[in-house]
Design a protein around this ligand. Sequence first.
Ligand SMILES: Nc1ncnc2c1ncn2[C@@H]1O[C@H](COP(=O)(O)OP(=O)(O)OP(=O)(O)O)[C@@H](O)[C@H]1O
Ligand SMILES: [Mg+2]
Length: 395
Amino acid sequence: MKRTSPSLIINQDLLDELMEQTHLLKHYKEMIDKNTIVSITDKNGFITYISEAFEKVSGYSKQEAVGQTHALFRHPDTPKEFYTDMWNTLKTVQKWDGEVKNRDKNRNAYWLRLHIEYNRDCKGNFIGYSATGHDITNKIHLETLTKELEYRVSTEVERNRLQTTQMLEQSRLAQMGEMISMIAHQWRQPLASISAISSVLTLDMMMDNYKKEFFEERLNAISDLAQHLSLTIDDFRSFFKEDKEKAQATWEMITEGSLGIIEPTLQTQNITVKRLYESNEVLYTYTNEIRQVLLNIFKNAEDIFLEKKIENAIIWVRSYQKKGMSCLSIEDNAGGISEELLIKIFDPYFSTKEKKDGTGLGLYMSKTIIEEHCKGNLSVHNTINGACFEIILPI
Ligand SMILES: Nc1ncnc2c1ncn2[C@@H]1O[C@H](COP(=O)(O)OP(=O)(O)OP(=O)(O)O)[C@@H](O)[C@H]1O
Ligand SMILES: [Mg+2]
């Protein structure tokens, strides 16, 4: 009887297991072929295989790709150095990871994230390269889009900031112009007094009517008037100091600061200002800027009183608390603002005045100061008397 070698006795279970594994391997290979970008080359870099997924993204069939080098997929945008670096890395560490821009058969660009490494046979001999990867074109598009958007947003923000700064500057200049005429107005009377006194003194001197006491008294009066002139200038100067510091003040202090400058002018137009300071908490805010806001609102009231020729013109100023916030309202009796204008008056360059009388920036600047710098709120509504501006600030 012929003896059978033990190594040839194959267990049926083992055979089944082997067939099962082969089946599974085939299935995995198919899956990878369909879904993963794979290319294999020989050791000279000539393509021996590309997966179905690679065929799909590149537009080249297996038959077209096999025998070619990867230059077939190269995008002209990708610099030579990129490939030199890739080869150098592959030679030194025998693998490469990175993102590459390719071009498909229709000359459209696509992006791959790739892992390349050496292939070796079972004895460890180098036989070529294999690359696996996936399509990241959408991700790259999204990144470029995001970058573009970020750039556009940031340039737009910067443009906006510059524009606002320019507008604030323009409005400040316009306000300075108005204040110069207010100074002129306030200087007229003391200057006239100085001139009258000096005429009297000159006359006395001409008539040799020199009385020491009388002269001393008149000269003191001139000196007081000069002092007064100098003080008004100081007031205006401090008003326009570019003071970006926060300071402590009550509504009364802030309001009286503005009224000190504009009230003499208002009085000459027979405009009465009535105050009611109901709440006197100390605020910590940009007081100098708020004084400018109040000046804008008072000036607007004066303008509308003159335009409508209002008799018995009154401005009511009231400080009070509302829902834990500190408020100031400025109301006039000039009849209010029509519905269609109410929504526009805070817009930049909106004005119903003649060009020489208004830039239309006063209320826009006021809203920016109160809401953006001071984190408060500035609004307007009509009352039975006229327009009422309300400033609300956090305490
Ligand atoms: N108290 C008010 N009563 C009625 N209308 C007003 C009142 N205050 C403002 N307005 C209206 O709002 C408009 C805008 O005011 P804003 O202060 O922004 O600009 P302006 O006064 O026209 O010009 P300026 O830049 O010189 O201040 C005014 O032109 C006016 O029509
Ligand atoms: Mg104005």
